[in-house]
Design a protein around this ligand. Sequence first.
Ligand code: RTP
Ligand code: MG
Length: 143
Amino acid sequence: MAVETTFSIIKPDAVKRNLIGSIYQRFEAAGLKLVAVKMIQLDQAKAAGFYAEHLGRPFYEPLIDFMTSGPIVVQVLQGENAIAKNREIMGKTNFEEAEPGTIRADFASSVRENCVHGSDSVESAQREIAYFFSADEIFAAKS
Ligand code: RTP
Ligand code: MG
């Protein structure tokens, strides 16, 4: 298994509900290292660019409204198999189908307000990391 980096968001619902520490604890307990971190507020354009793949879907506009509704925390996670491991810790998009013990099963309040985002492939991880972080903001060990 390779050491990978992946991109993660703690969404506005989780920031509002004081879940940043609980979610970070799960990343660290799973062996994922935080190598870049910041709190930001997305505007419409930045959120639309991030979710461009979903343009035209019925959930797109409410998703953009939700993602711009308050601050988020963005981070880069590094570890063995980090992309799949992070998706596993997050649980399925629909919290009602997520495995018990996953972030979404334990904390999400709806399909939309599901606490976290995680990259779903090597390509999306690269694109998403570059969308939020410059090279000098990332403290990842070079592999
Ligand atoms: P994410 O991109 O946030 O990591 O989540 P994901 O891959 O599990 O889900 P995706 O299909 O990429 O959808 C992106 C986000 O849109 C919201 N969503 N709402 N039917 C709905 O109301 C619906 N479907 C998706 C969720 O916030 C989802 O995480
Ligand atoms: Mg996705």
